[in-house]
Design a protein around this ligand. Structure first.
Ligand code: ADP
Ligand code: MG
Length: 379
């Protein structure tokens, strides 16, 4: 059943409108967004779709077609961070963040469904937040910009759901454009659409969902974040963004702590890799991006140490089978990898990765091509 029809049969009336917001995959620039750095995500064709009707009586009703359990009913006036628990905290957190910022959101009926795989590092959570934020922005005439909506969605996830994510996911979902990657400066949220259309260049960008999530990842994000902040303090800068890659050797020489040194080397070098990839895409040479992806993976594996055997296996097997390059994407410790490959070799590379997983006794991975797609929009 489509989402509007689902709304109608659930709530007994038609919605005021239907909105969509995509998941994302990050081409390069990992663990840079909390260091004021650069990232280069693209939106996936997979979207969260929400049918929404405005209410003016303070009632917030939330329903997901993809989750067992009925309608979650909340009072928009008394939402409390971390109170709801479960999936409803994502859309409820957006209502809370909008109201906290002084926007008069007086309730809504929401019915949603999503094709973004959950927990695969493809930001099903941001898709849920951004689709809710965009719908409420339209229905209540709030007039907020896409970056403002992304900020509020991030605040919902940080302060209401309790996940300390950066700003990349929400910005990608809110601002990405078909046939482009989003070159985002997370310091001021300025961005530029960089043409990137793999199919038109005879290339395929595969997403490989390892289908694993290691518990190790739970505290690791906060630990990496703290390590980067310690590095910035030791170097006398506000954030690691301020360290230019050309001055990395001097900066590293000033750091006593071996762990902090590795983290700094990753962040500064990955920021520089984003700029190099953007330059290659602008120059019309996307094939040359491949080796930078693999270099970025080595940095995440060896310096930041956020990879895992399954992700390393994807990168190793894909490159051995003739990919142009590959890297883990997202937070790591499982989740997904991206593989850039000539379109004529894509099937061979996908088969090689699947074979390597079977030989290692891992669950079969999910493999699909990432087609750079539109950011959030009203349907
Ligand atoms: P990711 O964002 O990488 O997919 P997260 O753990 O950040 O993983 O977010 C996944 C969570 O988002 C799910 O556990 C669920 O609470 C919520 N979610 C995502 N998609 C849906 C959906 N279609 N319906 C209900 N909840 C969803
Ligand atoms: Mg998420």
């Amino acid at each position: 059943m489509n989402v509007a029809a689902g709304f109608q049969s659930l709530y007994g009336a038609a919605p005021d409108g239907v909105w969509a917001a995509p998941g994302r995959v990050n081409l390069i620039g990992e663990y840079t967004d909390f260091n004021d750095g650069f990232v280069l995500p693209l939106a996936l064709p997979h979207t969260a779709v929400a049918a929404v009707a405005r209410r003016d009586d303070g009632v917030l009703r939330l329903h997901s077609a993809d989750v067992d359990g009925g309608v979650v009913q909340l009072d928009a006036d008394t939402l409390e961070p971390l109170s709801g628990g479960g999936w409803a905290a994502y859309p409820a957190g957006v209502v809370w963040a909008l109201r906290e910022a002084g926007h008069p959101v007086t309730g809504a009926d929401v019915h949603l469904s999503s094709t973004v795989p959950t927990g695969a590092g493809l930001s099903s959570s941001a898709a849920l937040e951004v689709v809710t934020a965009l719908a409420l922005n339209d229905l209540f005439g709030l007039g907020l910009s896409r970056p403002e909506l992304a900020r509020l969605a991030q605040r919902a996830e940080n302060a209401f759901v309790g996940v300390p994510c950066g700003i990349m996911d929400q910005m990608a979902s809110a601002c990405a454009m078909e046939g482009h990657a989003l070159h985002l400066d997370t310091r001021d949220l300025s961005y530029r659409q960089v043409p990137f259309d793999p199919a038109a260049e005879g290339l395929t960008l595969l997403v490989v969902d390892t289908r694993v999530k290691h518990a190790l990842g739970d505290g690791a994000y906060a630990e990496r974040r703290a390590g980067c902040e310690a590095g910035a303090r030791a170097l006398g800068v506000r954030t690691l963004r301020e360290i230019d890659a050309a001055h990395l050797p001097e900066a590293l020489a000033r750091l006593d702590d071996e762990t902090v040194r590795r983290y700094v080397r990753h962040v500064v070098s990955d920021n520089a890799r984003v700029e190099r990839v953007v330059a290659l895409l602008d120059a019309g040479d996307p094939r040359a991006v491949g080796p930078l992806l693999t270099e970025g993976h080595a940095s995440l594996r060896d310096d930041l140490r956020v990879s895992c055997p399954e992700l390393d296996l994807v990168v190793g097997a894909a490159n051995a089978a003739g990919a142009l390059g590959a890297r883990m994407t997202g937070g790591g410790f499982g989740g997904s990898a991206v593989v850039l490959v000539g379109a004529d070799r894509a099937e061979k590379v996908a088969a090689a990765v699947e074979k390597a997983f079977a030989a290692a006794g891992h669950t079969a991975p999910g493999v699909f091509p990432a087609v750079p797609s539109a950011g959030a929009h009203r349907l």
